[in-house]
Every structure is written in structure tokens, then in C-alpha cells.
Design a protein around this ligand. Structure first.
Ligand code: SAH
Length: 394
């Protein structure tokens, strides 16, 4: 195995089992290491620390496969995937849910690999040089362990560029006639397009929050902003919300949400789809003194990098302020941020500032986050990205 030697003192994060080695931590490396090749990582005094995948184009130069001195081979991946599957089986009731995340990258000890299950189809993302190198082996193991009818690749996330990898989409195994799969979440069904849907097709990370929203929705007049597939609105209506207004700027998203409402046999008079910009529409509705009992704000990732954090914060504050003003006196607001760079502390502060500027009193009822299959291990807090608050006016 080729070797990489770290600068003195730069093994600290490895001691805490954090799997990233940045380019600045490296003192010297052997010649001619290939993209994704497994290397041995040594401290400045040549003590073994870990084995990992080398990524010459990324700031994250090595992602650790193991802190043990082992060979990285098919056996290694078989064990990792098997333990990822066992973890999901321990937290997901498969009789009720047939769509969930099976592998969540670093938190499952497989940096750069995402595997999502949509009924009997798997969708994978290979977003690191190491995961890309082992693609074929990983596909073979997934076929053996999970017996899917098909495996589709959605390696079209921007992060691939940082690893020196091209965007890639296509079949890896089996055959499917169309990109559409119907998934089951308890008593609800959703159409997922694995070819074109966001991320690997659907916001599986909001599963628990759909359940929570549903529980609070009975008899409520609901405003679902950034509605996409309409999933929050459907969850609200199956628990007898009075009406749901979905707002999204994408015609395609609204068409999909209409199909999802029909699939769940929801009467057309129970929901309205509105194609509009949320920022503009909420302002308009405020000037018309519209009111809602329950508002959902689940915007796209506003923060793309550290430089955009301030601008994004203003955007979050703006829509949250407007939503608070559109709430009835004892109304509920479910507000989310899926930007990893937005810390829960900063998000809480933005909501508090928005309440103060809107002149409303808010009580925090619940803190929300990504469902547990989007595993977060304590040694890798970076995998925590989706946060939300349930607040009540008054
Ligand atoms: N809540 C959704 C996911 C939201 S994804 C779900 O559970 O499925 C973000 C959505 O916001 C996308 O559908 C996108 O089309 C929409 N969007 C982005 N910017 C917008 C804007 N300014 N106004 C309205 N919709 C917007």
C-alpha cells in the first residue's frame, strides 16, 4: 500500500475517528497514487493510523475506510453494507415503509456512498473517488444482499466535481421501463421519479416530519410552501386537514403533486396548487390579510457555501417573518433548513429575530431533524444537515 505521512499534530481528528484528512494535513506522499487508490495513513513519527481512499483533486484529500490495518476489498464492503442494512432494519418498520436510506456515506463507514431504497429499486450516488473506484464491487454486493430488481446511479450531485469526477446517471443493474416508482409510507403512497427527482428521487429525510405534521393537521387550514411532491400536504390531508394550499415555482413539481394527491384519493376540493414565488406570494397574501392555522416552510438549500450564509440567513428570516404574520393567533409553523452550513443555533436565532421583527410571541413545541435512516454518528457530525422547528404563535 502506498503511504501518506501527516504533519506533526495533524492526527488529532483521526484520534476522534473523524474520517477526513485535508490536503493541508499532509506532509509527504508516495508517488503515482491513483484516483481513489487505497493508501496507508501514518503520523509524523510513522505510527499507523488508518487506511483510506486518495482523492488528489479534493480539499478532502483522503477519506478513511478503516482505522484498522486491514485490506480494503470485497469482504470489507460486504461487512459494511451488511451492518448498514442491519441498522436500518432495527429502526424501520418494513411492513409500513418500503423506501428509506440504506447507506449514508461516512456515517455508515462508507465515505461517498449513498444508497436509497425505493420499493424494490435501489438508487446510488458515488460521490467520492474511493466510492467510484469500488462501484462494481458495491453493485455486486447490493445485488447479493438486497436482491433489487434494478439499481440506478444518480451520481449527478455537484460535489462530484470537487473529487475530479464527472456527473453520471444510468442503469447499473437490471431493467426498468420508466423512472417512476410508487413508494409506501404507512398509509400513504407517493410517486417517485428516480431519473429526475431531487437528490435520489424523493425527500426520504422528511419521513418522520411528515408524520409529525400529519398529527397536528386535523381541521387545519394549511399553507404548504415549497411543496414539490406535495408530500407534506398529503400527510396533512389524510389526517383531515380542512384544506391545503401548495405553493411551488415549478409547474412540473405541481403536476407531480396533483398526481400524488390523486393517488392518495384526496378530493380535488381539498387542495389548491399555486405556481408562484414564495417570497412574492407571501407578501401579497399578507397585504390581503390572509390567515392560516398551519404553515410549512421547507425551502431548497439557500446556503451553497460559507460566502452565501449571510444572504441565505436574510432569505430564511424574510420568509419566516412573513409566515408568522400569516398565522392565526394560535397557529403552528413548521420551518426547516436543509443547509448543512446553517447550524441549529443560527437557525434558532433567525427564527427568534424573525419573531421579534414580526412582533409575535412564539413558543417552541418541538425540534425536528432528518429521519434516523439518514444516519448521523457522533464522530461525524457533518452528516447532520436537516433541521427544523415547530413553533406556535402565542
Ligand atoms: N417540501 C418538499 C421539498 C421541497 S424542495 C417535499 O417534501 O417534497 C424545494 C422546492 O422549492 C422545489 O420544488 C422548488 O421548485 C421550489 N422552489 C425553489 N425556490 C422557490 C421559490 N422562490 N418559490 C417557490 N418555490 C420554490
Amino acid at each position: 500500500m502506498k503511504k501518506v505521512i501527516l504533519h506533526k499534530g495533524r492526527e488529532k481528528s483521526l484520534l476522534r475517528k473523524h474520517p477526513w484528512i485535508f490536503s493541508g494535513a499532509i506532509d509527504s506522499i508516495d508517488d503515482n497514487i491513483e484516483l481513489g487508490e487505497t493508501v496507508e495513513i501514518l503520523s509524523s513519527d510513522k505510527k499507523f493510523f488508518a487506511v483510506g481512499a486518495y482523492s488528489p483533486h479534493s480539499q478532502i484529500r483522503i477519506r478513511v475506510w478503516s482505522f484498522n490495518h486491514i485490506e480494503i476489498n470485497k469482504v470489507f464492503f460486504t461487512e459494511k453494507i451488511s451492518s448498514a442494512v442491519t441498522f436500518r432494519k432495527s429502526i424501520i418498520d418494513e411492513k409500513k415503509y418500503n423506501a428509506y436510506r440504506i447507506v449514508n456515506s461516512e456515517s455508515d463507514g462508507l465515505p461517498g456512498l449513498i444508497v436509497d431504497k425505493y420499493n424494490n429499486i435501489l438508487v446510488c450516488q458515488f460521490i467520492s473517488a474511493g466510492a467510484e473506484k469500488w462501484k462494481q464491487t458495491i453493485v455486486e454486493i447490493l445485488v447479493d444482499q438486497l436482491e433489487p430488481t434494478a439499481i440506478y446511479e444518480r451520481s449527478d450531485a455537484d460535489v462530484r466535481q470537487k473529487e475530479g469526477l464527472k456527473s453520471n446517471k444510468g442503469m447499473l443493474y437490471g431493467k426498468i421501463d420508466s423512472g417512476e416508482v410508487i413508494i409506501q409510507e404507512d398509509n400513504l403512497s407517493y410517486i417517485v421519479n428516480i431519473f429526475t427527482g431531487h437528490k435520489t428521487g424523493f425527500y426520504l429525510d422528511q419521513r418522520e416530519n411528515r408524520k409529525i405534521i400529519s398529527e397536528y393537521s386535523k381541521g387545519k387550514n394549511v399553507l404548504n410552501c415549497f411543496s414539490y411532491t406535495g408530500s407534506f400536504g398529503i400527510a396533512a390531508l389524510v389526517n383531515d386537514a380542512e384544506h391545503v394550499l401548495n405553493i411551488d415555482s415549478s409547474e412540473e413539481a405541481l403536476n407531480l403533486s396533483t398526481r400524488n394527491f390523486q393517488l392518495n384519493k384526496i378530493n380535488a376540493d381539498k387542495f389548491t396548487n399555486l405556481k408562484a414565488d414564495v417570497f412574492t406570494e407571501l407578501r401579497k397574501q399578507k397585504s390581503e390579510s390572509k390567515k392560516y392555522d398551519l404553515i410549512i416552510l421547507d425551502p431548497p438549500k439557500f446556503v451553497e457555501g460559507k460566502n452565501s450564509l449571510n444572504k441565505a440567513s436574510r432569505g430564511y428570516k424574510d420568509i419566516n417573518m412573513l409566515a408568522m404574520q400569516l398565522l392565526n393567533d394560535d397557529g403552528l409553523l413548521f420551518t426547516f433548513s436543509c443547509s448543512g452550513l446553517m447550524t441549529p443555533e443560527l437557525f434558532n436565532k433567525i427564527i427568534a429575530d424573525a419573531a421579534s421583527d414580526a412582533g409575535v410571541n412564539l413558543s417552541i413545541i418541538d425540534r425536528l431533524w432528518q429521519s434516523g435512516d439518514h444516519r448521523v454518528t457522533t464522530s461525524f457530525p457533518e452528516s447532520f444537515y436537516l433541521k427544523g422547528l415547530l413553533v406556535k404563535k402565542g
